[in-house]
Ligand binder design. Structure first.
Ligand code: SF4
Length: 300
């Protein structure tokens, strides 16, 4: 593991309850970091010696504005670049958004990503909050980006004409598995998902940390917990082959995860993450430390 990025999920709570949310965030979701936890995490990231970037996300980090400001201040004092991901709910007008963002510029935030898509705003809104926040960031000279997730749709595969594939950027894990896995979307046999599409499990570069101490690259697949071990120990002793979930994923993707534990999932799935998430839901009680927290699996 060569960790360069630490992503602090300041809270699982959010103003929204999006269909595609990987971590099942919602207005009532528990799991908010304390000031002490944030300070400790930044301190441990500094001690590790390889981290260069700290991201603040959630849930919705602007809901915990004083906590977020403190996190930026501490992370900047430790010499980290700081980025924030937000749904921009606070951007009532461009002028108001400037007031929200100004203190962040003064503390040295490097970049802010605004979620700008149909999941986060009313499609009839001519200037959605993310657009207002983006303009405000630009006026303040903060590097701004947008994250746009298109709803799933059916497209043709240019490499295999005639074979339909799923368009859009939704990955079928988290809440999307229950809310967006439409029966009309094309599926493939469970035996064809032999690779994890998104994670480099051997050389992990970034981890998410939540309020329960869970550290995970992909949401809900934990490599350690800060309440039990230090970040340094977790990074030094990480052994992907020996991990009960990551081992099989490395050897043969979600298909191998199903095979390794002989799970009754021999059907058709939308993508690798869909099969992986269904398999992990079935393994969660058997490996509660590796597959946590329960709320990421839709368990209240
Ligand atoms: S295959 Fe599994 S571990 Fe890999 S990105 Fe998808 S959900 Fe995460």
């Amino acid at each position: 593991m060569h960790l360069t990025g630490l992503h602090l999920l300041l809270s699982y709570a959010c103003t929204n309850q999006c269909d595609h949310c990987f971590v099942h965030s919602s207005p009532g979701a528990p799991g908010t970091m304390t000031f002490a936890q944030v300070r400790d995490a930044i301190h441990q990231a500094k001690e590790l010696g390889t981290v260069t970037q700290v991201y603040l996300e959630g849930g919705e980090p602007f809901l915990f504005y004083p906590l977020m400001l403190m996190a930026v201040k501490e992370a900047r004092a430790a010499g980290f670049e700081v980025g924030i991901v937000t749904n921009s709910y606070f951007a009532t007008t461009v002028e108001d958004a400037i007031e929200w963002l100004k203190p962040l510029r003064e503390l040295g935030v490097g970049s802010i990503s605004f979620s700008d898509d149909a999941y986060h705003s009313d499609k009839n809104d001519e200037q959605p909050p993310a657009r207002r926040a983006y303009l405000a960031a630009q006026q303040l000279g903060i590097e701004a980006g947008t994250i746009c997730i298109e709803p799933p749709s059916i497209k043709t595969d240019e490499h295999h004409p005639g074979e339909p594939i799923i368009g859009g950027d939704v990955r079928f894990r988290g809440r999307a598995v229950d809310t967006l896995s439409d029966d009309s979307l094309p599926r493939r046999s469970w035996s064809t998902f032999c690779e994890c599409p998104d994670e480099d499990w051997v050389d992990i570069g970034r981890l998410h940390l939540d309020a329960y101490g869970n550290l995970y690259p992909c949401q809900g697949v934990c490599v350690g917990n800060l309440n039990r071990q230090s970040l340094k120990e977790i990074a030094a002793t990480y052994d992907p082959e020996q991990h009960p979930i990551i081992g099989p994923l490395l050897r043969g993707g979600p298909t191998e995860l199903v095979r390794a534990y002989d799970l009754p999932l021999n059907g058709a799935f939308l993508d690798a993450c869909h099969l992986c998430y269904r398999a992990r839901q079935q393994l969660r009680e058997r490996f509660p430390e590796a597959l946590a927290p329960p709320q990421v699996y839709g368990i209240e």
